[in-house]
Design a protein. Structure first.
Length: 142
């Protein structure tokens, strides 16, 4: 079973809401008169696409990215085109949601191999020998 969850075909993007505003940066007069910055918002708590289990996982994993405890927000003002910025914001938002839904891989306990233990002990004894040779012993000089 794969731990990767894809959102293709679920229609998550239909629940996104968008805000546009003027963005700063290069662009001259164009920047001052056109709203190219896009902010994509997604409310996890009111979503119809995810079940309660998935919502709980998203709310827990993305807690530091949420606004007002339930809304995930991504903004993009990288280009001069509102359309391109909207596409990029949607891709960022989908990526965050997919990573948030991934279940952590279960760790299988294992022991170090006999060779690894042997190498570790040998390196420790070499280090110990090296340090013991550094000691200043007054009896050697008397």
């Amino acid at each position: 079973m794969s731990n990767i969850i894809t959102l293709k075909g679920r229609g998550v993007h239909k629940e996104f809401t968008y805000k546009t505003s003027r963005s700063g940066g290069a662009g001259g007069q164009h920047v001052n008169k056109v709203s190219t910055k896009v902010e994509a918002l997604f409310s996890i708590a009111t979503s119809q696409v995810f079940n309660d289990d998935e919502k709980a996982r998203l709310l827990e994993k993305l807690a530091n990215k949420l606004v007002q405890g339930e809304t995930l927000t991504v903004s993009c003002d990288e280009t001069r085109s509102q359309h391109t910025n909207k596409e990029r914001a949607v891709l960022k938002l989908l990526g965050i949601l997919e990573r948030g839904l991934q279940k952590p891989k279960e760790r299988k306990e294992s022991k170090p191999s006999k060779n690894a233990v042997k190498r570790r002990l040998e390196s420790k004894s070499k280090a110990s020998e090296k340090k013991s040779q550094r000691k200043f012993n007054l009896k050697d000089y008397l």
